[in-house]
Design a protein around this ligand. Structure first.
Ligand code: AMP
Length: 186
Protein backbone atom coordinates (compact mmCIF):
# COMPACT_ATOMS: atom_id res chain seq x y z
CA UNK A 1 0.00 0.00 0.00
CA UNK A 2 1.30 3.43 -0.97
CA UNK A 3 0.41 5.07 2.34
CA UNK A 4 2.13 2.46 4.48
CA UNK A 5 5.33 2.93 2.50
CA UNK A 6 5.21 6.69 2.19
CA UNK A 7 8.32 7.22 4.30
CA UNK A 8 10.32 4.69 2.29
CA UNK A 9 10.13 6.43 -1.04
CA UNK A 10 11.58 9.85 -1.67
CA UNK A 11 11.37 12.86 -3.92
CA UNK A 12 14.08 13.08 -6.54
CA UNK A 13 13.99 14.30 -10.08
CA UNK A 14 12.11 11.94 -12.36
CA UNK A 15 10.03 12.38 -15.48
CA UNK A 16 6.65 13.85 -14.70
CA UNK A 17 3.60 13.55 -16.91
CA UNK A 18 2.59 16.72 -18.78
CA UNK A 19 -0.47 17.73 -16.80
CA UNK A 20 -0.60 21.07 -18.61
CA UNK A 21 -2.31 19.34 -21.54
CA UNK A 22 -5.39 18.86 -19.36
CA UNK A 23 -5.68 22.56 -18.47
CA UNK A 24 -7.66 24.94 -20.67
CA UNK A 25 -6.43 28.49 -21.28
CA UNK A 26 -9.16 31.11 -21.63
CA UNK A 27 -8.08 34.55 -22.84
CA UNK A 28 -9.60 37.72 -21.34
CA UNK A 29 -11.23 36.02 -18.34
CA UNK A 30 -12.24 37.36 -15.87
CA UNK A 31 -10.72 40.60 -17.25
CA UNK A 32 -9.16 41.69 -20.52
CA UNK A 33 -5.50 40.75 -20.65
CA UNK A 34 -5.73 37.80 -18.22
CA UNK A 35 -5.30 34.28 -19.55
CA UNK A 36 -7.34 32.18 -17.15
CA UNK A 37 -5.97 28.66 -16.56
CA UNK A 38 -9.03 26.47 -16.19
CA UNK A 39 -8.44 23.22 -14.28
CA UNK A 40 -11.97 21.82 -14.68
CA UNK A 41 -10.88 19.65 -17.64
CA UNK A 42 -8.26 18.02 -15.43
CA UNK A 43 -10.67 17.60 -12.50
CA UNK A 44 -13.41 15.93 -14.52
CA UNK A 45 -11.01 13.22 -15.71
CA UNK A 46 -10.86 10.80 -12.77
CA UNK A 47 -7.62 8.95 -13.64
CA UNK A 48 -5.83 12.21 -14.48
CA UNK A 49 -7.04 13.95 -11.31
CA UNK A 50 -5.86 10.94 -9.29
CA UNK A 51 -2.45 10.89 -10.95
CA UNK A 52 -2.07 14.64 -10.40
CA UNK A 53 -2.80 14.35 -6.67
CA UNK A 54 -0.61 11.24 -6.34
CA UNK A 55 2.25 13.07 -8.03
CA UNK A 56 1.93 16.04 -5.68
CA UNK A 57 1.67 13.75 -2.65
CA UNK A 58 4.71 11.76 -3.76
CA UNK A 59 6.74 14.96 -3.59
CA UNK A 60 6.12 15.13 0.17
CA UNK A 61 6.74 11.44 0.88
CA UNK A 62 9.70 12.07 3.13
CA UNK A 63 8.19 14.92 5.09
CA UNK A 64 5.78 14.98 7.97
CA UNK A 65 2.90 17.21 6.94
CA UNK A 66 0.63 17.93 9.90
CA UNK A 67 -1.62 20.40 8.13
CA UNK A 68 -2.47 21.36 4.59
CA UNK A 69 -3.51 25.00 4.45
CA UNK A 70 -5.58 25.55 1.35
CA UNK A 71 -6.96 28.69 -0.19
CA UNK A 72 -10.53 29.46 -1.24
CA UNK A 73 -11.94 28.35 -3.55
CA UNK A 74 -10.15 26.14 -6.10
CA UNK A 75 -7.36 25.53 -3.62
CA UNK A 76 -9.86 23.58 -1.50
CA UNK A 77 -10.32 21.04 -4.29
CA UNK A 78 -6.62 20.30 -4.60
CA UNK A 79 -5.83 20.82 -0.92
CA UNK A 80 -8.45 18.47 0.45
CA UNK A 81 -7.56 15.65 -1.95
CA UNK A 82 -3.88 16.11 -1.13
CA UNK A 83 -4.52 16.26 2.64
CA UNK A 84 -6.49 13.01 2.41
CA UNK A 85 -3.67 11.36 0.46
CA UNK A 86 -1.06 12.54 2.95
CA UNK A 87 -3.18 11.78 6.01
CA UNK A 88 -2.87 15.43 7.04
CA UNK A 89 -5.38 17.82 8.54
CA UNK A 90 -6.87 20.58 6.41
CA UNK A 91 -7.16 24.24 7.37
CA UNK A 92 -9.19 26.46 5.07
CA UNK A 93 -8.11 30.03 4.35
CA UNK A 94 -11.20 31.92 3.24
CA UNK A 95 -12.27 35.28 1.86
CA UNK A 96 -13.34 37.86 4.44
CA UNK A 97 -16.53 37.12 6.39
CA UNK A 98 -16.92 33.43 5.58
CA UNK A 99 -15.37 31.80 8.63
CA UNK A 100 -17.67 31.63 11.65
CA UNK A 101 -15.23 31.87 14.56
CA UNK A 102 -12.38 34.22 15.59
CA UNK A 103 -10.00 34.91 12.72
CA UNK A 104 -6.65 36.39 11.77
CA UNK A 105 -6.83 38.49 8.60
CA UNK A 106 -4.46 39.69 5.83
CA UNK A 107 -4.99 42.02 2.89
CA UNK A 108 -3.28 40.96 -0.33
CA UNK A 109 -2.93 41.87 -4.01
CA UNK A 110 -4.24 39.64 -6.77
CA UNK A 111 -3.27 39.42 -10.42
CA UNK A 112 -6.69 41.02 -10.82
CA UNK A 113 -7.61 43.21 -7.83
CA UNK A 114 -7.19 43.14 -4.05
CA UNK A 115 -8.81 41.02 -1.37
CA UNK A 116 -8.67 39.90 2.25
CA UNK A 117 -8.03 36.41 3.55
CA UNK A 118 -8.91 34.97 6.93
CA UNK A 119 -8.01 31.87 8.93
CA UNK A 120 -9.40 30.59 12.22
CA UNK A 121 -7.18 31.57 15.13
CA UNK A 122 -7.00 27.97 16.33
CA UNK A 123 -6.36 26.56 12.83
CA UNK A 124 -2.63 26.11 13.22
CA UNK A 125 -0.71 25.23 16.37
CA UNK A 126 2.80 26.66 16.86
CA UNK A 127 5.41 24.32 15.40
CA UNK A 128 3.00 22.39 13.19
CA UNK A 129 4.41 21.41 9.81
CA UNK A 130 2.18 23.11 7.27
CA UNK A 131 1.97 22.80 3.51
CA UNK A 132 0.26 25.62 1.60
CA UNK A 133 -1.81 24.41 -1.36
CA UNK A 134 -3.54 26.32 -4.14
CA UNK A 135 -4.49 25.63 -7.73
CA UNK A 136 -2.40 28.40 -9.30
CA UNK A 137 0.51 30.62 -8.29
CA UNK A 138 0.38 33.78 -10.40
CA UNK A 139 1.87 36.97 -8.87
CA UNK A 140 2.39 35.15 -5.57
CA UNK A 141 0.43 37.76 -3.57
CA UNK A 142 -2.06 35.21 -2.26
CA UNK A 143 0.47 32.66 -1.10
CA UNK A 144 2.61 35.43 0.41
CA UNK A 145 -0.36 36.59 2.51
CA UNK A 146 -1.10 33.03 3.61
CA UNK A 147 2.55 32.43 4.48
CA UNK A 148 2.52 35.58 6.64
CA UNK A 149 -0.61 34.39 8.45
CA UNK A 150 0.92 30.97 9.14
CA UNK A 151 4.22 32.54 10.20
CA UNK A 152 2.45 34.86 12.65
CA UNK A 153 0.63 31.85 14.11
CA UNK A 154 3.93 30.05 14.67
CA UNK A 155 3.40 27.39 12.02
CA UNK A 156 6.39 25.78 10.35
CA UNK A 157 5.93 26.12 6.58
CA UNK A 158 7.52 23.14 4.87
CA UNK A 159 6.44 24.09 1.36
CA UNK A 160 3.87 25.42 -1.07
CA UNK A 161 2.31 23.20 -3.73
CA UNK A 162 0.43 24.25 -6.84
CA UNK A 163 -1.13 22.53 -9.79
CA UNK A 164 0.00 25.38 -12.03
CA UNK A 165 2.76 27.98 -11.87
CA UNK A 166 2.59 31.01 -14.17
CA UNK A 167 6.31 31.54 -14.49
CA UNK A 168 6.21 34.93 -16.26
CA UNK A 169 4.66 36.50 -13.17
CA UNK A 170 7.58 35.45 -10.92
CA UNK A 171 5.30 34.59 -8.01
CA UNK A 172 7.97 32.45 -6.40
CA UNK A 173 10.06 35.57 -5.76
CA UNK A 174 7.49 36.61 -3.12
CA UNK A 175 8.12 33.45 -1.06
CA UNK A 176 11.82 32.92 -1.65
CA UNK A 177 12.36 31.02 1.61
CA UNK A 178 9.60 28.49 0.94
CA UNK A 179 10.26 25.42 -1.24
CA UNK A 180 7.77 25.38 -4.09
CA UNK A 181 6.45 22.41 -6.01
CA UNK A 182 4.36 23.09 -9.10
CA UNK A 183 2.97 20.21 -11.10
CA UNK A 184 2.94 22.11 -14.36
CA UNK A 185 4.17 25.47 -15.61
CA UNK A 186 2.84 27.96 -18.16
P1 AMP B 1 -1.69 35.35 -7.18
O1 AMP B 1 -1.99 35.90 -5.82
O2 AMP B 1 -1.52 36.43 -8.20
O3 AMP B 1 -0.56 34.37 -7.15
O4 AMP B 1 -3.00 34.58 -7.66
C1 AMP B 1 -3.28 33.30 -7.22
C2 AMP B 1 -4.74 33.08 -7.01
O5 AMP B 1 -5.53 33.69 -8.03
C3 AMP B 1 -5.05 31.62 -7.06
O6 AMP B 1 -5.93 31.35 -5.99
C4 AMP B 1 -5.70 31.39 -8.40
O7 AMP B 1 -6.84 30.59 -8.24
C5 AMP B 1 -6.07 32.74 -8.92
N1 AMP B 1 -5.49 33.07 -10.23
C6 AMP B 1 -4.66 34.10 -10.50
N2 AMP B 1 -4.35 34.18 -11.78
C7 AMP B 1 -4.99 33.15 -12.37
C8 AMP B 1 -5.05 32.68 -13.72
N3 AMP B 1 -4.39 33.30 -14.70
N4 AMP B 1 -5.79 31.58 -13.97
C9 AMP B 1 -6.44 30.95 -12.97
N5 AMP B 1 -6.43 31.35 -11.69
C10 AMP B 1 -5.71 32.44 -11.38
Amino acid sequence: MWDQNRHNAGPASRPVEDFGQYCRSIPDFPKKGIIFRDITCLLKNGPVFKRAIDEMAWHYNLQKVDTVVSIEARGFIIGSALAYRLGSGLVPVRKKGKLPWRVYRKTYDLEYGQDELEVHQDGIEPGQNTLIVDDVIATGGTVEAVAKLIGEMGGNIIGAAFLIELTDLNGRDKIKDIPIFSLTKF
